[in-house]
Design a protein around this ligand. Structure first.
Ligand code: NAG
Ligand code: NAG
Ligand code: NAG
Length: 448
């Protein structure tokens, strides 16, 4: 079978073998078996420390307590959002007398252990932010020189998730420094998800990150720019991941994820269609789903996007394969991710059709399942994950047509349809040789 495989198939085999090797050597702290989900303050609330004039929006224990309450009461926890993550600007500018980290005494008067207890009392988990440097990006004390002490402090506060940024440090030092801090986290005996900014700072410095080491020491990591509240920013991230997918995709898997940064759904900068696109593509990319939005004021249609259980299920698929951009032409893109269930070594797929065009009318995309790489002869049960439309069982020869709004998305799920023994029509062909990895290939441009 290998001899008559096309070159695309070969690439995919290499990719999956790499994933397999990575799984063997990856960080095994038992955490983040699927991409972490939760709420993170940075994109929406930034470094607002002005509690005098803006008490409801400043970085303070009140803000995190309020968001904790809303994650539970508004149904986010019920669909899987679990972490309440503090970002930069929670610290005093100076360490304490014995060199310990101290939370800002006015904005976090009860301290971080108390906030952590509060989050846990609501059944959620608590995340915190630090920086592998002399300072955090906003100028608060970094962990450099205090690695062991700070790891222990986080364990003492019952922290479940640590994001370690990379400002005010030398990217060359990170190959040693990030593993070292991870070592001290591990030594505390308290299981903490470890989110690293290691590769992105090295890429900015013109270095090639050592991803086999990064996978071994981090549960997730940032590859690219901070997300901003604009469609241009989301597009730049989509393009980065698509253009560099051959290097990026193989690194993802259970326990170790690429992090394209927060969900900005429900804020000021994206239209409704664009919000749907971000959610769909983050799920295809097996991205952490970290909302950064004011849950007090989010409109119901955006809340519905964030709580779309079918799309969350794609993101959280247990196989943990990150999806790929399989087609890009005339500002139309198709992204595809292999997911469960698997039957007879054929994957199921989530497929996202993205319209990056700006001519103000929906674009039609027509393609057969086979052209998408869905070749299981028994067919696939196909449903639309936003529109609640079920197309029934479609065979590989079926041509599907979707209408995609400008800067919008249509995301389908195609579950391989098991054929049982009594189905004489398919029972024989299923036993013919096939290559399970030769299923995703470039959709031919002339098929549109
Ligand atoms: C951190 O501070 C120390 C002491 O001032 C200094 O020697 C070191 O170069 C600084 N490191 C970075 C990465 O700036
Ligand atoms: C520490 O590392 C060991 C070896 O990888 C692992 O088995 C253990 O679960 C880790 N413990 C914590 C608390 O991360
Ligand atoms: C990358 O990291 C791995 C694992 O830590 C190590 O064995 C290897 O030598 C590193 N590669 C380079 C090019 O430094």
């Amino acid at each position: 079978m290998r001899s008559n495989m096309n070159s695309r198939g070969l690439v995919w085999i290499v990719v999956l073998c790499t994933v397999h090797l990575n799984v063997v050597k990856s960080l095994e702290n038992g955490l983040a078996r699927t991409p972490p989900m939760g709420w993170l303050s940075w994109e929406r609330f930034r470094c607002n420390t002005d509690c005098k004039n803006d008490p409801d929006n400043c970085i303070s224990e009140n803000l995190f307590r309020t968001m904790t309450d809303l994650v539970v009461s508004e149904g986010y926890a019920a669909v899987g959002y679990e972490f309440i993550n503090v970002d930069d600007c929670w610290l005093e500018k100076e360490r304490g007398f014995s060199g310990e980290l101290v939370a800002d005494r006015e904005r976090f008067p009860r301290g971080m252990k108390d906030l952590s207890n509060y989050v846990h009392s609501k059944g959620l988990k608590f995340g915190i932010y630090e920086d592998y440097g002399n300072y955090t990006c906003a100028g608060y004390p970094g962990v450099l020189g205090y690695l062991e002490k700070d790891a222990q402090t986080f364990a003492d506060w019952d922290v479940d998730y640590v994001k370690l940024d990379g400002c005010y440090s030398h990217p060359r030092d990170m190959d040693r420094g990030y593993p070292e801090f991870g070592y001290y986290l591990n030594r505390t005996g308290k299981a903490m998800i470890y989110s690293c900014s290691w590769p992105v700072y090295q890429i900015y410095a013109g270095m090639s990150p050592n991803f086999s080491s990064i996978i071994q020491h981090c549960n997730l990591w940032r590859n690219f720019d901070d997300i901003q509240d604009s469609w241009a920013s989301v597009e730049s991230i989509i393009d980065y991941y698509g253009n560099n997918q051959d290097n990026i995709v193989p690194n993802a898997g259970p326990g170790h994820w690429n992090d394209p940064d927060m969900l900005i759904i429900g804020n000021f900068g994206l239209s409704y269609e664009q919000c749907k696109t971000q959610m769909a593509l983050w799920a295809i990319m097996a991205a952490p789903l970290l909302m950064s939005v004011d849950l007090r004021t989010i409109r119901p249609e955006y809340k519905a996007i964030l709580q779309n259980r079918k799309i969350i299920a794609v993101d959280q698929d247990p196989l943990g394969y990150q999806g790929r951009r399989i087609y890009k032409h005339n500002n139309i893109e198709i992204w595809s991710r292999p997911i469960t269930p698997i039957y007879q070594n054929y994957f199921s797929y989530a497929v996202a059709f993205v319209n990056r065009r700006t001519d103000g009318t929906p674009s039609d995309i027509a393609v057969t399942l086979r052209e998408l790489g869905l070749s299981y002869p028994g067919g696939y049960s196909v449903e639309d994950l936003y529109e609640d439309v079920n197309y029934g069982v479609l065979t590989p020869q079926t041509k599907i047509k979707v209408k995609v709004n400008p800067s919008g998305v249509v995301i389908l799920r195609a579950d391989v349809q098991p054929q049982y023994e009594h189905s004489s029509r398919f029972s024989q062909p299923l036993r013919t040789p096939y290559d399970p990895y030769n299923q995703v290939f470039q959709v031919r441009q002339n098929s549109f």
